[in-house]
Structure formats: structure tokens, C-alpha cells
Design a protein. Structure first.
Ligand code: ATP
Ligand code: MG
Length: 443
């Protein structure tokens, strides 16, 4: 993508309305635009990141055998009256009347719709277990929408729903989903700590929230200090979750906490995911019954599993930025590599850069090429702000085949020949058309 042709309305100044860094940086880098309180448009740069997160989540859901579907955003009140949640849900639910005066609502979650779907199609234990998911917009009329897409009123969620024959099987499913969440967040480039939580409005008896640690987190979480070692050393596994104490604020009780005081840590967390096992709550109230092996009808055991897809964009920035801007993890960066020319007036440099740009695109890389007639300082500042993880700077030396390479995260700068440069990119982004890439390189 040539920056001169890209729609990226960056701001030089900090927008006054943004209180936290991710909101400021998302506005400054032209990722989002507020339509009204808590409701946003996603501009090209923001939408690229959102889509990448969505794709990773979808791949990991597919891996555990969940079926991707798409349910309606607008739902009939009738289904919620059946489950008994219509009155309980309160003012967060956006209630609408259609032209025939029928009560409708914009879905804040989809347990009712999916249970209704299941009761129409799932009749036999042989059809179980089954799990559905969607990645779709939710509306919750939050009392205090704030921090940009971190707490919006309309937001993108991955919501999944499982149906099992027995409680044991449902708990196994729950654990599988938790493990897949750990892989999902790790692939995105985030460490999200699972903490024991209250099931709240969804109901049920087993629940975990996943939190990204950040000073601006709205929740307080508690954990065994042994967790710090895991956090430092890399990936969290399911075994860790079982062994070590963690708790969301409402679940934590100083009196009964099993962890000795000196080992107890607390931190601010951003909730990016939440999983629930709630048994027969919806299957029983909505009459989803299934014929079992013994010929008797039973209500399936259910769970539901959410990931805040749009919130993850902001949470990633909270956890990955510096004073110059965003530092995207490789896997969700809007572009893999930024190409900056200094001394653009020099036609030899221009030719080298145009040709390198073509080569990188052919490799399948996503390149943001700053071809604007701007000063080097502005180009460097914008590329840092946008947070492209690797930058290639082309100047006079590039006429002799030398390119400057800069890593956004560390600020490390190196000089590479074109072959070294391509090799490096192939190492960093192995998923990019790897075969054709290696072929080109070693020919
Ligand atoms: P919170 O406690 O932050 O209000 P919640 O517990 O009400 O969230 P869930 O019902 O667990 O939310 O929804 C699943 C996920 O959707 C949450 O873990 C969060 O990441 C995301 N989410 C919830 N509400 C919002 C919102 N208003 N804006 C953006 N993302 C949200
Ligand atoms: Mg929650």
C-alpha cells in the first residue's frame, strides 16, 4: 500500500476526549472514528487489525471443532421471556418495537437465540456434543461507555456455545475451550491470565475471565506470585490454571484465600474473554430436550464462551506501546513492514525503492510504503505511531544495495543487503507464501 493513496487520517495532536493511551493512539493513527457515544466506525488501518484478530480467533475455534455461524443482531423479546431474562437484563438492553408493535431487542448476547436454534435441530444424543460460534456485533447500552472501543456500546464479540450430554463432558469441553483461548491470546501476542470468576447474569457455577494486565485495566485481579514466573517465562498452560490461585475481584475473599499473604499479588486487568459453564439453565427453561441412549429425554449441558474482539485491539495497544506510538505484535500488525524513502527526489533511490516494493509484495508481504513528499522526520514519526513492527529505510546507500532495517519494538537498527533483508523477513513472517519465498531467495 502506498501511503500517498491510503486513507489514514492521522492526527498530530493528542485528542482531548481520549483519557487512556490506547484510545489516544487509535484516534491519532486514524484507526477509528466515533459516530456517537460508544459507537464507532473502523477505518482502514483499524479494520485491518480487527480482521487479523478475528481470523486468529476463528482459526482456533475451528481447530477445536466449533462450527462458525452468524446469528441475527436483532432478536425477538419472546425468546428472552422464555428464558426469564427479559426483565432481569435491565437498561443495558436496547429494546426496540417493530412496526407491528412487537417487542424486539438488539442482542447483548446470544444464549437464547442459539438455544432456540438447537431445539429445532438437535433431537438425539447422537448429535452431541456440538459447539457453535460467531463473530458479530453486540449492543449493550453501557451506563458509562468510555476509553474508545475498550468499553463501547456496540462492540465485536466472538461468542461460542456448547451442548453436551453429561456434566463431565461439558466440563471437558469447557477445559478445551480454555486451552484454546490460551493458544488464541498467545498467537495474538498477548498474555492473558485466566482468573476464577462469578458467573453473573449468565448464571451457572463455573466461570473464568481472561485478563490482560495493564495499568488502565478496569478490574482488579488477584493471583499467586508463582504466576509471575509463568508470565515471565512464556506460555500459560491449562495445568498452570488448575494449580495456581487466581481470582477476579468479586471472587476474591481475603478470609478464605488459600494463598499465604506474602505470595498474593494483585494487578489491574482488562477483561478480554470470559467462559461459563451453566449446565441446564437455558436448555431446561427453553425446552431444549434431546432423546438419550436409553430412550429418555434429557436437557443438554451448556456453556458459553466470549472474547471481546474489538476490545482486544485496544487491550493490545495498552500492553504494547511507547512514547512514540503503537508497537503491534507481528501476528496482528496492520502491515508487516514499512518502507520509508529518504531523499525521494533522487531518481536512483526512487527506482531502487519501487523495485524493492514490488519484490516485497510478490513475496506476499503486506507493505506500507511511505512514498509521500514529506520530511524524513515526519515519515519516521508516522511509521512509529502506526506501529508497523519492521521498517526498511532507503537512502543513498540503497543505490549500492544497502538498506537500513529498524525493529519498532527494540529500536534496534541494522544494515542489510537485499538478500539479507528478504531472508530476515522470511524468518519473521514464515507464514507468508513461504515456499515461493524460499524459492525466490535461493535461486
Ligand atoms: P465487562 O465486565 O467488561 O463489562 P462483561 O463481563 O459484561 O464485561 P461478557 O458478557 O463476559 O462481558 O462479554 C464477553 C467479552 O466481551 C468480555 O470479556 C469483554 O472482553 C467483551 N466486552 C463486554 N462488554 C464490552 C463492551 N462494552 N465493549 C467492548 N467489549 C466488551
Ligand atoms: Mg465478563
Amino acid at each position: 500500500m502506498k501511503l500517498s493513496m491510503y486513507f489514514i487520517p492521522t492526527l498530530r495532536e493528542d485528542p482531548a476526549e481520549a483519557q487512556i493511551i490506547s484510545h489516544r493512539l487509535m484516534l491519532r493513527s486514524g484507526m477509528i472514528n466515533q459516530t456517537c457515544n460508544g459507537i464507532y466506525s473502523w477505518l482502514p488501518l483499524g479494520f485491518r487489525v480487527l480482521s487479523k484478530i478475528e481470523r486468529i480467533i476463528a482459526e482456533e475455534q475451528d481447530t477445536i471443532g466449533a462450527h462458525r455461524i452468524l446469528m441475527p443482531t436483532v432478536q425477538p423479546a419472546k425468546l428472552w421471556q422464555e428464558s426469564g431474562r427479559y426483565d432481569d437484563y435491565g437498561k443495558e438492553m436496547l429494546r426496540i418495537k417493530d412496526r407491528h408493535d412487537r417487542e424486539m431487542l438488539y442482542g447483548p448476547t446470544h444464549e437464547e437465540v442459539v438455544t432456540d436454534l438447537a431445539r429445532q435441530f438437535i433431537k438425539s444424543y447422537k448429535q452431541l456434543p456440538v459447539m457453535f460460534y460467531q463473530i458479530h456485533w453486540k449492543f449493550r447500552d453501557e451506563i458509562r461507555p468510555r476509553f474508545g472501543v475498550m468499553r463501547g456500546r456496540e462492540f465485536l464479540m466472538k461468542d461460542g456455545y456448547s451442548f453436551d450430554v453429561t456434566r463431565e463432558a461439558a466440563v471437558e469441553t469447557y477445559k478445551n475451550v480454555m486451552s484454546s483461548y490460551l493458544r488464541t491470546f498467545a498467537r495474538i501476542g498477548l498474555r492473558a491470565i485466566p482468573v476464577r470468576a462469578d458467573a453473573g447474569a449468565i448464571g451457572g457455577d463455573l466461570s473464568h475471565e481472561f485478563h490482560v494486565i495493564a495499568q488502565t485495566g478496569e478490574s482488579e485481579i488477584f493471583y499467586d506470585s508463582d504466576y509471575d514466573k509463568i508470565l515471565l517465562n512464556g506460555e500459560i498452560t491449562f495445568a498452570d490454571i488448575n494449580e495456581l490461585y487466581t481470582a477476579a475481584d468479586e471472587k476474591h475473599d481475603t478470609e478464605t484465600c488459600p494463598v499465604p499473604k506474602e505470595r498474593l499479588r494483585s494487578a489491574r486487568g482488562i477483561e478480554v474473554g470470559h467462559v461459563f459453564y451453566f449446565g441446564k439453565k437455558y436448555s431446561a427453561s427453553m425446552g431444549l430436550f434431546v432423546i438419550g441412549k436409553d430412550g429418555n429425554a434429557f436437557y443438554p449441558e451448556m456453556g458459553s464462551y466470549g472474547i471481546g474482539v474489538s476490545r482486544l485491539v485496544a487491550a493490545t495497544i495498552e500492553a504494547n506501546h511507547d512514547e512514540n506510538g503503537i508497537i503491534w505484535p507481528d501476528a496482528i500488525a496492520p502491515f508487516h513492514v514499512g518502507l520509508i524513502t529518504i531523499k525521494r527526489q533522487n531518481t536512483s533511490i526512487q527506482n531502487v525503492v519501487e523495485s524493492l516494493y514490488g519484490t516485497l509484495l510478490n513475496m506476499g508481504l503486506e507493505v506500507l510504503y511511505d512514498d509521500r513528499d514529506e520530511s524524513a522526520g515526519i515519515k519516521f514519526a508516522d511509521m512509529d505511531l502506526i506501529g508497523v513492527p519492521y521498517q526498511v529505510i532507503c537512502g543513498l546507500k540503497s543505490i549500492d544495495g544497502i538498506f537500513e532495517w529498524k525493529e519498532r519494538k527494540t529500536g534496534k537498527r541494522l544494515y542489510f543487503s537485499q538478500d539479507e533483508l528478504l531472508n530476515k523477513l522470511a524468518d519473521v513472517f514464515p507464514v507468508v507464501k513461504i515456499d515461493s519465498l524460499r524459492g525466490n531467495l535461493y535461486k
